[in-house]
Design a protein around this ligand. Structure first.
Ligand code: BGC
Length: 270
């Protein structure tokens, strides 16, 4: 897939959790579309630097910055360095997220807090810093008709309950209302905030769901389109939501899930 390198020319994007998976794909796709990108990572410094290297070798602009998005001081430092390097920010991809699965009665408070802290509080902290900068700078019509765009990485589990993953599903359900409430509050200032809800996409987070033939066959029963997603499916949706092509889209969730939310069990039942 190739984009016009002018689609996001002159725009600066920060992608959290970008050293692998959906964050990496988002960063690579945004860079291909012409944005300068900040690859935020938590601990995978080598992987982040490799992505920076690939993007710059391809003529793009990228830097890597470490930060734990669940920590306010880390997020403030992440944005300070971003603004110092790139001058401003136009696009935030609120992607960093993790799973810590356990049956409900065995779920520890530590694992509840960890998942809510990164997946939900992390998105709040980053969105708040991005929104402050969007409001300070306002619209630059030669760059974008929006003052800024935020894309929240949600999941089909913002609507599909998920036994054994109560902390994760709760974090994604929270993202839905946080995203919509932020969008309602900031739309008059020309800030656009939307979510992407991926279904099963082949990444490290769900290797056990697709890496053996048996697991994959089970998984495919949940996907009417008949294939597991690839990270690029999400990266391309991110580019569209970040670009002025989606200027009239605000406060919505784009499901990129091969039909997983279509209640596939009802195709032959009910
Ligand atoms: C989860 C994956 C899962 C997918 C579909 C995602 O949000 O992170 O582990 O495969 O939802 O259930």
């Amino acid at each position: 897939m190739s984009y016009s390198p002018y689609l996001l020319k002159g725009q600066k994007a920060l992608i959290t959790g970008a050293s692998s998976g959906l964050g990496e794909a988002s960063a690579r796709c945004l860079a291909k579309a012409g944005a300068a990108v900040v690859i935020n990572y938590h601990s995978e410094q080598k992987a982040a630097e490799k992505i920076v290297h690939d993007i710059t070798a391809d003529g793009g602009e990228a830097i890597a910055i470490a930060a734990n998005v669940a920590r306010e001081e880390d997020v403030k430092a992440l944005f300070a360095e971003t603004l110092q390097t790139f001058g401003t920010i136009d696009i935030l991809v609120n992607n960093a997220g993790l799973q810590k699965d356990a049956s409900f009665v065995d779920m520890t408070l530590k694992d509840w807090n960890l998942v809510i802290g990164v997946n939900l509080t992390g998105q709040f902290l980053c969105a708040r810093e991005a929104a402050k900068e969007f409001l300070r700078r306002g619209v630059k019509p030669d760059v974008s008709c929006a003052a800024g765009k935020i894309i929240c990485m949600s999941s089909v589990h913002e609507v599909i309950p998920w036994a054994g993953h109560v902390n994760y599903a709760a974090s994604k359900g929270g993202i839905d209302m946080m995203m919509k409430s932020m969008a309602q509050e900031l739309a008059p200032q020309k800030i656009r905030i939307n979510s992407i809800a991926p279904g099963a996409i082949e990444t490290q987070i769900n290797t056990s769901a697709w890496s053996t033939p048996e697991a994959k066959a089970n998984l495919l029963q949940l996907i009417p389109s008949g294939r597991v997603g690839i990270p690029g499916d999400i990266g391309r949706a991110v580019v569209w939501l970040a670009s002025d092509d989606s200027d009239y889209v605000n406060g919505t969730t784009l499901f990129v899930d091969g039909g997983m939310t279509l209640y596939p069990g009802f195709a032959k039942g009910g």
